[in-house]
Design a protein around this ligand. Structure first.
Ligand SMILES: [Zn+2]
Length: 474
């Protein structure tokens, strides 16, 4: 199929790139600090502009000193840092953002323009560099949309301490350069609730490290908590007319989706996060309403308190699921819950997410190396049975008193359907994924990215997570 050629879109590198063999190379180009480049991402559907904002020096560089140039080819965008003397790419990273999600909403389709704050972070350069940002187009071909020269001695770079917040070390396994560093921030916790934040952050860490493959790789992580005090408890819930003075600006109803929690206060969030060395960021919100969100290389957000004791496990599900998006670029494998997007994955185009494929053929399937020759492709499963329960779940009325019990019963019925499948233990190509009932395939019957359950990550998602750990923990 023609689209196959696009899978390996040369997102990677149009300028000469090289891998760093040792830490000396790092010190040729960088010092051990972080440069944050803030900008506004402005536009509407089919149109976008990057408008520079401010630059900041943050603390120690938390990332690898060896793996600087991105080899993973994930994310909607790619930024590159090019040494101007040698014209070499000395750092690059793929990422996604709120803007590209917003572009698929009705609001963007109607021609409205909006702007979102964003940042890219990289080790602090010793000499002038060129920063470029590229975007995949609908055919996955990458186009440069922005370029700027950065002089590291520029008086425009801010060097003040950005966050006076208290940092707690939750798990410390070693030097940040050789570990995956996660910073956890809390939103909607007042000063009096800081002990609760510390407990919630520790709870998240134990939740993550009881889930494979994180469980087996715990020694490759450091986890930090930054105590952020909000004036008021909880976060905004616009559909319930609940407005809260919360420090990080997180809110339900992002893009009109009830359970979708994000924040567009990027500068505030980044300034708080800068108190700790970090590669990845998690924001725990002090609420008991189901919700969360996760964007590759931006952050994962999760609610923390179950709606009832019987549904408390769902907060554990959400935290780790959202972290799968943020950390490994995993796509949503579910397809029947309502989302705010239109045509998020254009038909016939192979998505970049490692766990979604538009082509289930044995020659082209993205994870074909993990499929046994005896497993049929596409792989049969009881989609009709599963869909009929999902349809029933969609009609439940959240305002009725028996809503949570009814939902729990239907989730249990779904679990039984999934467990009864002949191919439930093997990797294949199961139709129904990425908000699309047809035309997109997921690697396994069930996974943390598919059903609302505490099931683990399937082998394809696990491999993507391990690849990411390997990349950061060197
Ligand atoms: Zn998701």
């Amino acid at each position: 199929m023609k689209k196959r050629a696009l899978l390996f879109c040369f997102f990677l590198f149009t300028t000469s790139a090289f891998g760093f063999g040792n830490e000396e190379k790092f010190s040729t180009y960088f010092r051990d600090a972080t440069l944050r480049y803030d900008f506004y991402h402005v536009g509407t559907k089919g149109e976008e502009r990057i408008v520079p904002d401010k630059m900041y020096e943050e603390g120690t560089w938390a990332g690898s000193l060896v793996n600087l140039v991105d080899t993973l080819n994930l994310g909607e965008y790619l930024f590159k840092v090019i040494d101007m003397k040698t014209n070499r790419v000395v750092y690059s990273r793929g990422y996604s953002c709120m803007f590209n999600e917003w572009q698929t909403t009705d609001e963007a389709a109607s021609g409205v323009y909006r702007s979102f704050q964003e940042s890219v972070r990289f080790p602090y350069p010793l000499h002038s560099v060129q920063l470029t940002i590229s975007r995949r187009d609908k055919r996955m071909i990458c186009r440069e949309i922005f370029s700027a020269e950065i002089n590291p001695a520029s008086p425009e770079i801010h060097h003040e301490t950005l966050s006076p917040s208290k940092v707690i070390s939750i798990i410390k396994n070693g030097d940040s350069h050789k570990k995956v560093d996660i910073v956890i921030l809390g939103d909607g916790y007042t000063n009096d609730e800081m002990k609760k934040f510390d407990d919630d952050a520790k709870h998240f860490a134990s939740d993550l490290f009881s889930t494979s493959p994180f469980k087996e790789r715990e020694k490759d992580f450091n986890i930090w908590g930054v105590e952020v005090a909000s004036h008021e408890s909880g976060i905004d819930q616009p559909d319930r007319r609940l407005w809260v003075d919360n420090a990080l600006g997180t809110s339900y109803n992002t893009f009109g989706s009830a359970r979708y929690v994000l924040t567009d206060e990027n500068r505030v969030v980044r300034n708080y996060a800068a108190a700790a060395p970090y590669d990845f960021m998690i924001i725990l919100v002090n609420t008991n309403r189901y919700g969360g969100g996760g964007i590759y290389q931006l952050y994962a957000i999760s609610y923390t308190i179950g709606e009832t004791p019987a549904t408390a496990w769902q907060a554990d599900y959400v935290c780790v699921h959202e972290f799968g998006h943020c950390f490994a670029g995993l796509g949503d494998e579910y397809y029947s819950s309502s989302v705010a997007y239109n045509n998020f994955y254009p038909k016939g185009v192979e998505p970049w997410e490692p766990n979604l494929s538009a082509d289930p053929s044995r020659e082209h399937l993205k994870w074909r190396g993990m499929v046994s020759s005896t497993t049929p492709l596409p792989t049969p499963w009881n989609k009709t049975g599963f869909d009929s329960i999902e349809n029933e779940r969609a009609t439940l009325n959240p305002s009725l008193s028996n809503y949570l019990d009814s939902r729990q019963e239907l989730l249990e019925a779904e679990r039984k359907v999934l467990e009864a499948q002949k191919y439930k233990t093997v990797v294949g190509a199961f139709e129904g994924a990425g908000y699309s009932s047809t035309g997109l395939y997921r690697p396994s019957v069930d996974c943390r990215m598919f059903s609302l359950s505490l099931t683990g990550f399937d082998p394809v998602c696990s491999r993507a997570i391990e690849n990411m750990i390997d990349f950061y923990a060197k």
